[in-house]
Ligand binder design. Structure first.
Ligand SMILES: C[S@@+](CC[C@H](N)C(=O)[O-])C[C@H]1O[C@@H](n2cnc3c(N)ncnc32)[C@H](O)[C@@H]1O
Length: 257
Protein backbone atom coordinates (compact mmCIF):
# COMPACT_ATOMS: atom_id res chain seq x y z
CA UNK A 1 0.00 0.00 0.00
CA UNK A 2 1.47 3.36 -1.06
CA UNK A 3 0.04 6.37 0.75
CA UNK A 4 1.32 9.81 -0.22
CA UNK A 5 -0.88 11.67 2.26
CA UNK A 6 1.64 11.80 5.07
CA UNK A 7 3.70 14.65 6.44
CA UNK A 8 7.10 13.84 4.95
CA UNK A 9 8.17 11.27 2.43
CA UNK A 10 10.98 10.55 0.06
CA UNK A 11 10.33 11.13 -3.64
CA UNK A 12 13.03 10.78 -6.27
CA UNK A 13 15.79 11.12 -3.67
CA UNK A 14 14.49 14.29 -2.05
CA UNK A 15 12.36 14.77 1.03
CA UNK A 16 9.14 16.63 0.39
CA UNK A 17 6.53 17.74 2.89
CA UNK A 18 2.81 17.32 2.47
CA UNK A 19 2.51 21.05 1.92
CA UNK A 20 4.67 20.52 -1.18
CA UNK A 21 2.15 18.11 -2.74
CA UNK A 22 2.54 19.81 -6.14
CA UNK A 23 6.12 18.51 -6.41
CA UNK A 24 4.92 14.91 -6.67
CA UNK A 25 1.33 14.91 -7.95
CA UNK A 26 2.01 16.91 -11.11
CA UNK A 27 5.07 14.78 -11.81
CA UNK A 28 3.06 11.55 -11.61
CA UNK A 29 1.51 9.68 -14.54
CA UNK A 30 -1.79 9.57 -12.60
CA UNK A 31 -2.22 13.37 -12.68
CA UNK A 32 -1.99 13.25 -16.48
CA UNK A 33 -4.41 10.31 -16.63
CA UNK A 34 -7.02 11.98 -14.40
CA UNK A 35 -6.91 15.25 -16.36
CA UNK A 36 -6.45 13.71 -19.80
CA UNK A 37 -9.59 15.44 -21.11
CA UNK A 38 -8.03 18.85 -20.46
CA UNK A 39 -6.25 18.27 -23.72
CA UNK A 40 -4.86 19.86 -26.85
CA UNK A 41 -8.32 20.58 -28.30
CA UNK A 42 -9.32 22.62 -25.25
CA UNK A 43 -5.96 24.40 -25.36
CA UNK A 44 -6.11 25.08 -29.10
CA UNK A 45 -9.63 26.57 -28.93
CA UNK A 46 -8.74 28.79 -26.01
CA UNK A 47 -5.46 29.96 -27.55
CA UNK A 48 -7.22 30.87 -30.80
CA UNK A 49 -9.74 32.97 -28.87
CA UNK A 50 -7.19 34.69 -26.68
CA UNK A 51 -4.89 35.36 -29.65
CA UNK A 52 -7.72 37.08 -31.52
CA UNK A 53 -8.38 39.17 -28.42
CA UNK A 54 -4.73 40.08 -27.74
CA UNK A 55 -3.66 40.63 -31.38
CA UNK A 56 0.06 40.22 -30.56
CA UNK A 57 2.72 41.57 -32.93
CA UNK A 58 4.22 38.88 -35.19
CA UNK A 59 7.01 37.03 -33.34
CA UNK A 60 6.06 38.43 -29.92
CA UNK A 61 7.99 36.66 -27.15
CA UNK A 62 5.67 34.67 -24.87
CA UNK A 63 6.11 32.59 -21.74
CA UNK A 64 3.73 29.80 -20.72
CA UNK A 65 4.50 29.76 -16.99
CA UNK A 66 3.70 26.39 -15.39
CA UNK A 67 3.17 24.95 -18.86
CA UNK A 68 2.82 21.29 -17.84
CA UNK A 69 3.45 19.21 -20.98
CA UNK A 70 3.17 22.34 -23.10
CA UNK A 71 -0.30 22.05 -24.63
CA UNK A 72 -0.86 25.84 -24.67
CA UNK A 73 2.76 26.66 -25.58
CA UNK A 74 2.52 24.50 -28.71
CA UNK A 75 -0.59 26.32 -29.94
CA UNK A 76 0.76 29.78 -29.06
CA UNK A 77 3.78 29.04 -31.23
CA UNK A 78 1.57 27.75 -34.05
CA UNK A 79 -0.24 31.11 -33.99
CA UNK A 80 3.08 32.82 -34.83
CA UNK A 81 4.70 33.73 -31.50
CA UNK A 82 8.15 32.86 -30.21
CA UNK A 83 7.29 30.75 -27.17
CA UNK A 84 9.01 29.42 -24.09
CA UNK A 85 7.29 27.12 -21.63
CA UNK A 86 8.52 26.42 -18.13
CA UNK A 87 7.38 24.23 -15.29
CA UNK A 88 8.57 22.80 -11.99
CA UNK A 89 7.85 19.23 -13.13
CA UNK A 90 10.92 17.67 -14.74
CA UNK A 91 8.86 14.84 -16.23
CA UNK A 92 6.47 17.27 -17.91
CA UNK A 93 9.31 19.38 -19.32
CA UNK A 94 11.07 16.25 -20.53
CA UNK A 95 7.88 15.28 -22.37
CA UNK A 96 7.35 18.79 -23.79
CA UNK A 97 10.88 18.96 -25.19
CA UNK A 98 9.91 16.60 -28.03
CA UNK A 99 7.87 19.53 -29.48
CA UNK A 100 10.76 22.01 -29.43
CA UNK A 101 11.69 23.87 -32.62
CA UNK A 102 13.43 27.15 -33.44
CA UNK A 103 10.44 29.14 -32.07
CA UNK A 104 9.50 26.91 -29.14
CA UNK A 105 11.54 25.73 -26.17
CA UNK A 106 10.96 24.46 -22.65
CA UNK A 107 12.88 24.69 -19.37
CA UNK A 108 12.37 23.77 -15.73
CA UNK A 109 11.72 26.67 -13.39
CA UNK A 110 10.11 27.32 -10.00
CA UNK A 111 7.74 30.27 -10.47
CA UNK A 112 8.62 31.58 -7.00
CA UNK A 113 12.03 32.56 -8.42
CA UNK A 114 12.77 35.52 -10.73
CA UNK A 115 12.36 34.84 -14.46
CA UNK A 116 15.57 34.58 -16.49
CA UNK A 117 14.51 37.17 -19.11
CA UNK A 118 11.71 39.55 -20.11
CA UNK A 119 8.72 38.59 -22.23
CA UNK A 120 5.99 40.49 -24.11
CA UNK A 121 3.29 38.15 -22.80
CA UNK A 122 3.18 35.76 -19.85
CA UNK A 123 0.44 33.16 -19.47
CA UNK A 124 -0.42 31.23 -16.30
CA UNK A 125 -3.21 28.85 -17.29
CA UNK A 126 -5.55 26.23 -15.89
CA UNK A 127 -5.17 26.92 -12.16
CA UNK A 128 -1.38 26.91 -12.04
CA UNK A 129 -1.35 29.12 -8.94
CA UNK A 130 -2.46 28.88 -5.31
CA UNK A 131 -0.20 25.97 -4.33
CA UNK A 132 2.11 27.60 -1.81
CA UNK A 133 1.97 27.76 1.98
CA UNK A 134 2.09 31.52 2.34
CA UNK A 135 0.50 34.58 0.81
CA UNK A 136 4.02 36.00 0.60
CA UNK A 137 5.10 33.28 -1.86
CA UNK A 138 2.04 33.93 -4.04
CA UNK A 139 2.65 37.68 -4.00
CA UNK A 140 6.33 37.09 -4.79
CA UNK A 141 5.35 34.95 -7.78
CA UNK A 142 3.16 37.76 -9.16
CA UNK A 143 5.93 40.29 -8.48
CA UNK A 144 8.35 38.15 -10.52
CA UNK A 145 5.83 37.90 -13.35
CA UNK A 146 5.48 41.70 -13.34
CA UNK A 147 9.26 42.15 -13.43
CA UNK A 148 9.53 39.46 -16.12
CA UNK A 149 7.37 41.46 -18.55
CA UNK A 150 8.61 44.09 -20.99
CA UNK A 151 7.07 47.56 -20.64
CA UNK A 152 3.42 47.41 -21.78
CA UNK A 153 3.62 43.60 -21.49
CA UNK A 154 0.49 41.55 -20.81
CA UNK A 155 -0.23 38.82 -18.28
CA UNK A 156 -3.04 36.30 -18.91
CA UNK A 157 -4.08 34.56 -15.71
CA UNK A 158 -6.62 31.70 -15.62
CA UNK A 159 -7.85 30.47 -12.24
CA UNK A 160 -10.99 28.64 -11.09
CA UNK A 161 -13.87 30.92 -10.13
CA UNK A 162 -13.95 30.16 -6.42
CA UNK A 163 -17.47 31.54 -5.63
CA UNK A 164 -18.98 29.27 -8.31
CA UNK A 165 -16.78 26.26 -7.46
CA UNK A 166 -17.65 26.41 -3.75
CA UNK A 167 -21.34 26.90 -4.45
CA UNK A 168 -21.43 23.87 -6.78
CA UNK A 169 -18.88 21.75 -4.90
CA UNK A 170 -19.28 18.04 -5.63
CA UNK A 171 -18.06 16.56 -2.36
CA UNK A 172 -17.72 12.93 -3.53
CA UNK A 173 -17.18 11.62 -7.03
CA UNK A 174 -15.86 8.53 -8.78
CA UNK A 175 -14.13 9.12 -12.12
CA UNK A 176 -12.92 6.32 -14.37
CA UNK A 177 -10.03 7.09 -16.69
CA UNK A 178 -8.51 4.19 -18.62
CA UNK A 179 -7.95 1.32 -16.21
CA UNK A 180 -8.12 3.48 -13.09
CA UNK A 181 -11.12 4.40 -10.93
CA UNK A 182 -10.33 7.60 -9.04
CA UNK A 183 -12.29 8.30 -5.84
CA UNK A 184 -12.38 12.03 -5.27
CA UNK A 185 -13.39 13.88 -2.11
CA UNK A 186 -13.50 17.70 -2.19
CA UNK A 187 -13.60 20.03 0.84
CA UNK A 188 -12.98 23.66 1.66
CA UNK A 189 -10.69 23.83 4.70
CA UNK A 190 -9.11 26.98 6.15
CA UNK A 191 -9.26 28.96 2.95
CA UNK A 192 -8.01 26.12 0.77
CA UNK A 193 -9.83 23.84 -1.63
CA UNK A 194 -8.69 20.29 -0.96
CA UNK A 195 -9.16 17.42 -3.35
CA UNK A 196 -8.31 13.98 -1.95
CA UNK A 197 -7.73 11.51 -4.75
CA UNK A 198 -7.48 7.79 -3.97
CA UNK A 199 -7.28 4.83 -6.31
CA UNK A 200 -5.85 1.39 -6.85
CA UNK A 201 -3.61 0.43 -9.75
CA UNK A 202 -1.76 -2.83 -10.33
CA UNK A 203 -2.65 -3.98 -6.84
CA UNK A 204 -1.25 -0.83 -5.15
CA UNK A 205 -3.31 1.79 -3.29
CA UNK A 206 -2.43 5.44 -3.88
CA UNK A 207 -3.63 8.62 -2.23
CA UNK A 208 -2.78 12.15 -3.35
CA UNK A 209 -4.13 15.47 -2.14
CA UNK A 210 -4.36 18.67 -4.17
CA UNK A 211 -4.55 21.74 -1.98
CA UNK A 212 -5.16 25.06 -3.71
CA UNK A 213 -5.67 28.43 -2.00
CA UNK A 214 -9.31 29.43 -2.51
CA UNK A 215 -8.43 32.90 -3.81
CA UNK A 216 -11.53 34.89 -4.69
CA UNK A 217 -11.43 37.25 -7.68
CA UNK A 218 -11.18 40.34 -5.45
CA UNK A 219 -8.21 38.80 -3.59
CA UNK A 220 -6.49 37.97 -6.87
CA UNK A 221 -7.06 41.47 -8.22
CA UNK A 222 -5.69 42.99 -4.99
CA UNK A 223 -2.51 40.88 -5.31
CA UNK A 224 -2.17 41.84 -8.98
CA UNK A 225 -2.49 45.54 -8.19
CA UNK A 226 0.04 45.18 -5.36
CA UNK A 227 2.48 43.68 -7.87
CA UNK A 228 1.97 46.78 -10.05
CA UNK A 229 -0.44 45.44 -12.68
CA UNK A 230 -3.36 47.36 -14.22
CA UNK A 231 -6.42 45.13 -14.69
CA UNK A 232 -7.51 45.33 -18.32
CA UNK A 233 -10.31 42.74 -18.59
CA UNK A 234 -11.91 39.68 -17.03
CA UNK A 235 -13.61 36.67 -18.64
CA UNK A 236 -15.58 33.72 -17.26
CA UNK A 237 -14.69 30.81 -19.54
CA UNK A 238 -12.43 29.63 -22.35
CA UNK A 239 -14.81 31.06 -24.96
CA UNK A 240 -14.08 34.46 -23.35
CA UNK A 241 -17.66 35.03 -22.20
CA UNK A 242 -18.08 37.88 -19.70
CA UNK A 243 -17.25 37.00 -16.08
CA UNK A 244 -20.14 36.51 -13.63
CA UNK A 245 -19.28 35.67 -10.02
CA UNK A 246 -22.20 33.25 -9.56
CA UNK A 247 -22.09 31.23 -12.77
CA UNK A 248 -18.67 31.51 -14.43
CA UNK A 249 -16.52 28.40 -14.10
CA UNK A 250 -13.25 30.29 -14.65
CA UNK A 251 -11.82 33.61 -13.59
CA UNK A 252 -9.62 34.74 -16.48
CA UNK A 253 -7.86 38.02 -15.95
CA UNK A 254 -5.92 40.13 -18.41
CA UNK A 255 -3.44 42.45 -16.69
CA UNK A 256 -0.95 44.87 -18.17
CA UNK A 257 2.34 46.33 -16.98
C1 LIG B 1 -2.91 22.30 -13.16
S1 LIG B 1 -1.36 22.08 -13.91
C2 LIG B 1 -1.56 23.02 -15.41
C3 LIG B 1 -0.50 22.77 -16.42
C4 LIG B 1 -0.69 23.50 -17.76
N1 LIG B 1 -0.75 24.95 -17.58
C5 LIG B 1 -1.91 22.98 -18.48
O1 LIG B 1 -2.89 23.72 -18.62
O2 LIG B 1 -1.89 21.83 -18.92
C6 LIG B 1 -0.33 23.07 -12.89
C7 LIG B 1 1.13 23.07 -13.27
O3 LIG B 1 1.84 23.93 -12.36
C8 LIG B 1 3.13 23.38 -12.19
N2 LIG B 1 3.75 23.93 -10.97
C9 LIG B 1 3.43 23.68 -9.69
N3 LIG B 1 4.21 24.37 -8.86
C10 LIG B 1 5.06 25.08 -9.64
C11 LIG B 1 6.11 25.98 -9.38
N4 LIG B 1 6.45 26.30 -8.13
N5 LIG B 1 6.76 26.54 -10.41
C12 LIG B 1 6.43 26.23 -11.69
N6 LIG B 1 5.45 25.36 -12.01
C13 LIG B 1 4.76 24.80 -11.00
C14 LIG B 1 2.86 21.89 -12.09
O4 LIG B 1 4.02 21.11 -12.26
C15 LIG B 1 1.80 21.71 -13.17
O5 LIG B 1 2.38 21.37 -14.41
Amino acid sequence: MIVFYINHFRWQNTFVTMSEWYKTWFDSEYYHLLYKDRDHTEAENFIQKIYQYLTPAPHALMLDLACGKGRHSIHLQKMGAIVEGCDYSENSIQHAKQFENNALCFYTHDMRNPLPKKYDYIFNLFTSFGYFDTLKEHQQTLNHIYTGLNDNGTFVFDFMNIPFILDQLISHETVTKGPVEFNIVRKEINGTLQKHISFKDNGQHYTFTEEVAAFRPDEIMAMMKKAGFAIQDTFGDYALSPYHSTHSKRFILIATK
